[in-house]
Design a protein around this ligand. Sequence first.
Ligand code: PGA
Length: 268
Amino acid sequence: MSHGHRRPIVAGNWKMNGTQEQAVTITRDLLKGFHATPQIEVVLFPPFTVLQKVGELLRASSISLGAQNIHWESKGAFTGEISAAMLKELGCKVAIVGHSERRQFFGETDATVRKRLKATLEAGLNGILCVGETLQQRQQGKTWEIIETQLQAALEGIEPLTAKAQLIVAYEPVWAIGTGQNATSVQAQEVHEKIRRWLAGRFGQAAADAIRIQYGGSVKAENAAELMAQPDVDGALVGGASLEPKGFLSIIESTVQTKEAGCSTHSS
Ligand code: PGA
């Protein structure tokens, strides 16, 4: 399948890492080595406490700012939560929804994932919907069943591509997150292709061809090119390696180069 029309997206999810000082250092180092090109979209997801600071540093660049989580209500008595309006005020353009760590440790369910995603897109923010199976589920041969359930529940009643916001899907096998053990490019492509086929059945082929599907789970400089060479892998959601500007820059560069090479092969 041609992927020339999908702009790859590389995202850096800092998780619960980054004091003010560390955030400034990482962002400055990243900006020093970053060469903006229209061939790629880069987004950083620092913790809420440094969104403002990182946002200020990114303002003059083409790297955008995103939030690791988002609440579905716009305001009110929801202790510990942050709304789309608040995030937009800080310059956020994207939100991650349903990350496996939220599902595993903070009681996130398919139902709350759907509410968060709906609010995200309706507020005009792009939403990265994370899906993925655990090791046990994979070993039991339930990978696709789990992912299909997650997609179905999260995307119920959702318009994935509108004039103001886009859905992005991140396939993140739970067993590959933070473990150093990435999915092989073949394993990733297999699931990405199924996700795209599912999206086509649900939203039509044109939408499925336009929706970006990122891979996440132990992406690093050493394995990025191989993963990005897969036709249905449209970028990476990077955790640990995004805290190291050099490594993150090299993931960005491999993505640009691999996708450009892929495009010329497709068009020739
Ligand atoms: P990792 O995390 O790159 O540290 O495996 C990926 C993620 O959780 O998005």
